[in-house]
Design a protein around this ligand. Sequence first.
Ligand code: THG
Length: 268
Amino acid sequence: MLIIGERINATRKPIGLAIGKKDAAFIQEEAKKQVAAGSSYIDLNAGLSSKTEKEGLLWLIENVQRITEVPLCLDSANPMALEEGLKLCKKPPMINSINAEEKKIEKFLPILENYQGEIIALTMDDKGIPKTAKERLEIAKRLVKILNDQGIKNEQIYLDPLVQPLSINQKFGIEFLEAVRLIKSGFPGIRTVCGLSNISFGLPQRKTINKAFTILAIEAGLDAAILDPLDKELQSFIYASEALLGKDEYCLRYIKAFKNSKGSGLNI
Ligand code: THG
């Protein structure tokens, strides 16, 4: 499973503060740690305040690119911020994200002209996030058609069925997992992604729920996840699950991850 490191997100207090005072060294250290822990992409989220978001995102892009060649995942709902951000990226980033809200998608489409990178599309529309897997699949169909019409290939698309808290509705876990299965069987070449930690919102010992959910999601076919790569226990369960599901030839990635760990956990 592809790991997208989630830690550079302005909703986390230390990151919000570092962006505010332009503490590049702090942000770069967060990026380095996530790269060392095996992230394939580094998510960059400069927050929700529409006034400062674009400037913050551009600053994050410039400073993270100074210390790593790992590609970026531009986490913003602001088309202007994404458009400017794309121009700064040395490698095609993952665009995180578009959704099926009519007014928003109109603004996004011009940005996607000739775009060669990957894009996350959220299965939500003007009515919000649907409760059931089937409704998510319907939105997914609309999104895929719009993106294909714009010249984006299935291989560039990650669909995010959107994780919602189990504490709000006991069916939210299973509907999400079913949505992953439906998407994987319904669209050849298309991959799935999500932010995992929302599942445990409002429950005690969140990490336990997050881990169990990650294992179930891998079994359902999840291809990528936005998560904290520094959580070694979570990572060890990801490697173990992939090996158990026949996705790790000779268990090589699992074995490599533990090599030289001297019994202290995952060596990453
Ligand atoms: N899908 C897509 N993108 C996303 C999400 C998603 N981007 C944002 C988010 N969801 C995933 N990223 C994060 C980043 C940080 C945290 C959670 C999700 C985080 N949360 C702590 C918590 O939940 O307790 C609180 C913050 C803290 O550490 O202080 O850190 O679903 N496409």
